[in-house]
Design a protein around this ligand. Sequence first.
Ligand code: ADP
Length: 269
Amino acid sequence: IPCDITTSPLPPAMGEGALIALADGSGIEQADQMRRDFVANVSHELRTPLTALIGFIETLRGPARDDAGARSRFLGIMEAEAGRMNRLVADLLSLSRVESDERRRPSGRVELTGLLRGVVDTLVQRAEAAGVKLDLTLPPGEVRVTGDADQLVQVFQNLVENAVKYGGSGGWVGVSLAHVAHEPRLRGPGWSVLVEDRGDGIEALHLPRLTERFYRVDAHRSRAEGGTGLGLAIVKHIINRHRGQLRIESVKGKGSRFTVILPDRGTGG
Ligand code: ADP
């Protein structure tokens, strides 16, 4: 369990006993509460589709046994519910993997223009089906950063999918890559990837909590879209691992901008 013991500064006047008291009173308890909330959330998220599945199995055994139409309709719903459980388990595994990876910095070299082209290519059809025009703007030439290609694909796929799903009402989603000469929080230059939409936007009060596990602005809509509520939590951990920054800006009624800034360590690495 991650806790604050090693990172809390020890006031100079206090001895070892005080450190333990401090850890007991804040870090461990807080981490424990978070773990309990997480387990409760996971159980709830799994139970909902499971309850539906059990209900439909009972109906298929009983009242709907001889009704071919109902049978095929129910099987379709059961498939969708099983798919939901499958996605949840896949996201949980993904989250646990990126959380335990977080201290190990990625060491690969990734070419961002090609990576972003790939992400947009895989989503362009889905966007079109939702009536959304997907625009990609890239600088000339190649752009290399230090990173884990699979994880960065996961980040941008997630952000673009969210923009299409929740911000698609504006009919347009833009993805653009640009150089940042100096990003103060990275203490140096960076490459920024901006994913923006002209959809409904998000009320300010939700913004600080969006990357929490299972936090959704509208749980009903998220479930209807097949969301697990874990996407942005996974995104946040991957960006932390890359020592990057995630900035979320949104104006209700106008749209949202999600900006990822990755450190630019120059061509050498
Ligand atoms: P989900 O699986 O629900 O999509 P995420 O962690 O990816 O989970 O996103 C959390 C919530 O943030 C979503 O349920 C949605 O309410 C909100 N959200 C994310 N991206 C956008 C966006 N581009 N526009 C509006 N709301 C968004």
